[in-house]
Design a protein around this ligand. Structure first.
Ligand SMILES: Cc1cc2nc3c(=O)[nH]c(=O)nc-3n(C[C@H](O)[C@H](O)[C@H](O)COP(=O)(O)OP(=O)(O)OC[C@H]3O[C@@H](n4cnc5c(N)ncnc54)[C@H](O)[C@@H]3O)c2cc1C
Length: 421
């Protein structure tokens, strides 16, 4: 794999030089060229999955005549709106292979992209709050261990020792145990988008923001061009990675996707001193929380109960989520909330992603990550890039093709997705 040009922009000498110059001459993180009339590959969507796809096309497959088109700004979709949890503790082997591939890529990514992704493998605990939860979560953690993912079962006393702030014994839903993946944790979402963008740009990819795709030219069932608000761009390979707007793009291309678009919300508190150094998630109480490096408590719960393209939060969902958090952490009741927001997620019938070919020749898709695709950005990009480069699914992507909704070979991760994200 070609290595990125060594970036010497942040050496002590450079920092001093820019400080003297009033910090006015820092180089742009990525180039912003005008779109060319034609490219070998066009990627639609400047979220993490689109950017990672462009980066791996250039770095792993040597395909550099690539345009990445984003209708707004890079990372302005779900990639910049999520709660940054990374983990690979899914249930089925196909999922474990996919998500652990992603986590392993994350573990080397700060070095590869030469940017601090602030990957913090603080450990993620999934709480059991009933006898039935214990049975289900022990089955889940056993399955993961059989698949080679380190994961441990904790009794309530051990949970309390790991998370002193958690009300393990006193609350309405006492903790009966938990399983923990110590390699799980959080990473800085903006840095993931910016790191892939800079890497792709340095390798020759044209990143074009404020460029909305409004249609396709398709003849003989083969894609020929992409229509945008900045003109028509000719290409015979298109990769689509637009999350909650996947069905909109599919409709423009004349095919259907089995996805529902819903809003998922999150909220953060004012920053406080370190009080929580694990990610805590309870499927039964139905909420999750972690503390960011800035000290804010980052919280979320399930997706809104209705379909929507509304990228915004609302009070009932906030109240509901915060009520659940307080069942677990009553001592956080005096925290003031700072911000709340929403993102449009794309949920498939088996809550697993779709990566691969579409019914249109030369058109490929990466979608269906629903509420949990941040952790999958490196793998999603890697597998889509490979599928585009070779015009055949990467082996890890095979179980996640669109075909499975015809054959019935679903990968039903409903329990491992859900509130866990
Ligand atoms: C509140 C919330 C919390 C979450 N928490 C987690 C978590 O903790 N862990 C986790 O793993 N996942 C989480 N997720 C899910 C995760 O954020 C997404 O699955 C992931 O970011 C999807 O990345 P993406 O690149 O596919 O999509 P996006 O980042 O949404 O990027 C898609 C891009 O496509 C662009 N686009 C759309 N239509 C067009 C068009 N016509 N032309 C050009 N561009 C277009 C959009 O503007 C957007 O920038 C969360 C999501 C939300 C909303």
């Amino acid at each position: 794999m070609p290595t990125l040009p060594v970036t010497r922009t942040h050496s002590a000498l450079q920092l001093l030089k820019h400080a003297v110059g009033g910090h006015r001459n820092w180089p742009q993180f990525w180039r912003s060229p005008e779109p060319k009339p034609a490219y070998d590959v066009v990627i639609i969507g400047g979220g993490g999955h689109g950017l990672a796809t462009a980066y791996y096309l250039a770095s792993k497959h040597g395909i550099r005549n690539v345009a990445l088109l984003e209708k707004g700004w890079l990372g302005g979709g779900n990639t910049g709106r999520n709660t940054t949890i990374v983990r690979s503790n899914y249930f089925y082997p196909q999922s474990t292979d996919l998500y652990d591939h992603s986590l392993r890529l994350y573990e080397g990514l700060s070095l590869e992209l030469n940017i601090n992704l602030m990957l913090s493998q603080m450990g993620i605990l999934t709480l059991a709050n009933s006898r039935h939860d214990v049975e289900m979560l022990q089955r889940w953690s056993n399955a993961i261990q059989v698949q080679g993912i380190a994961c441990e079962w904790l009794e309530p006393e051990q949970v309390q020792a790991e998370v002193p702030a958690l009300d393990v014994f006193g609350m309405r839903y006492p903790v009966k145990g938990a399983f923990m993946q110590r390699r799980g944790g959080t990473a800085r979402h903006d840095a993931v988008a910016w790191g892939y963008a800079r890497g792709a740009s340095q390798l020759g990819v044209d990143i074009i923001q404020n460029c909305e795709v409004s249609g396709f030219e398709i003849s003989d069932n083969r894609v020929r061009a992409v229509h945008t608000n900045r003109g028509t761009i000719r290409t015979d390979k298109v990769g689509i990675a637009v999350a909650g707007h996947s069905t909109v793009l599919a409709t423009l291309a004349g095919f259907k996707l089995p996805l529902s678009s819903m809003t998922l919300q999150a909220y953060v508190s004012e920053p406080v001193k370190p009080a929580l150094d694990r990610v805590i998630n309870s499927p039964m109480v139905h909420a999750y929380i972690s503390q960011s490096d800035r000290g804010e408590m980052v919280m979320g719960a399930g997706a809104d109960a209705y379909y929507s393209y509304g990228q915004r939060g609302n009070l009932p969902t906030l109240e509901d989520g915060v009520r659940s958090i307080l069942e677990m952490f009553p001592r956080f009741s005096r925290l003031k909330m700072m911000r709340q927001w929403g993102g449009v997620v794309d949920i498939s019938p088996d809550t697993s992603p779709i990566i691969g070919k579409t019914p249109v020749t030369g058109m490929y898709i990466n979608c269906g990550w629903g509420t949990g695709g941040f952790k999958a950005i490196p793998a999603g990009g890697d597998l889509l890039a490979s599928t585009i480069a070779h015009d055949k699914p990467h082996p890890l992507a095979e179980p996640f093709s669109l075909e499975r909704f015809h054959t019935g070979r679903l990968v039903d991760e409903g329990a491992a997705a859900g509130v866990s994200h």
